[in-house]
Design a protein around this ligand. Sequence first.
Ligand SMILES: Nc1ncnc2c1ncn2[C@@H]1O[C@H](COP(=O)(O)OP(=O)(O)OP(=O)(O)O)[C@@H](O)[C@H]1O
Ligand SMILES: [Mg+2]
Length: 237
Amino acid sequence: MAHVHVIANQKGGVGKTTVTVNLAAVVADTMGRTAEDTPVLGVSTDPQASMLEWATRVGDELPFDFEQCDDDPGMLSRLRAITKYEHIFVDTPGTLENQSILEEVLRQADDVIVPIEPEPLAFQPAARTIQSVIVPSKVPWRVLINNWDPRDGESDLQQTREYLAAKRFPIFNTVIRHYKLHTRAAAEGVTVVQYAKNRVALEARQDFFRLALEVLGSNGGLPKHARTDAVVAAGRS
Ligand SMILES: Nc1ncnc2c1ncn2[C@@H]1O[C@H](COP(=O)(O)OP(=O)(O)OP(=O)(O)O)[C@@H](O)[C@H]1O
Ligand SMILES: [Mg+2]
């Protein structure tokens, strides 16, 4: 049975699609199978289909299989039963309108990643999704701070961590930093694993390696050599 990881926050533009695509790419890449035989499936349940556009631009270089299935409730309700893949990463809509899709996907989920930006206006909408949809689903979840720009200083990050701690929300230790490379990736048709091999690109990739290690757990699902690769990459900056 596949592990189903759902990326959710009904606030728009917080990085759900960015996290889904790059996390799926890093996990698929480090699990090291061929493009024809990947253990990872990426699924978009967002009618806006931005992951579909991105995946289409990447084309044959996409290291995981991909399905757009917002209009396929049959498939959404069978995700857990899929045996062909070891990990399924599911992007979800960034609006309140499609809550039934999110609820259906959560019935299939093993864990939920809730991306938020270190920006006070984003806190309340994220808390709403957590309290009204994710907590009632009883699926384990953690908040992921995404799109923090170190050039803006530590105070936004600190304030975000304090807010999350006051709410007693569980969080990932990994923070996904802001990189122009990530912003441009969808339009350029690349994922983190295709970024050029320069220092900035390695730093940008490193955040997703760290996140993959946390999501999959200390022994979770990655073969031993891939865990070593990921640890090495994470220590590279
Ligand atoms: N860590 C990051 N660094 C740089 N740009 C980022 C980062 N995360 C997200 N972005 C940019 O922010 C914008 C919104 O990200 P994304 O589309 O992933 O959010 P979303 O939550 O999927 O949005 P929606 O709710 O509309 O589906 C995009 O332009 C994306 O490239
Ligand atoms: Mg999206």
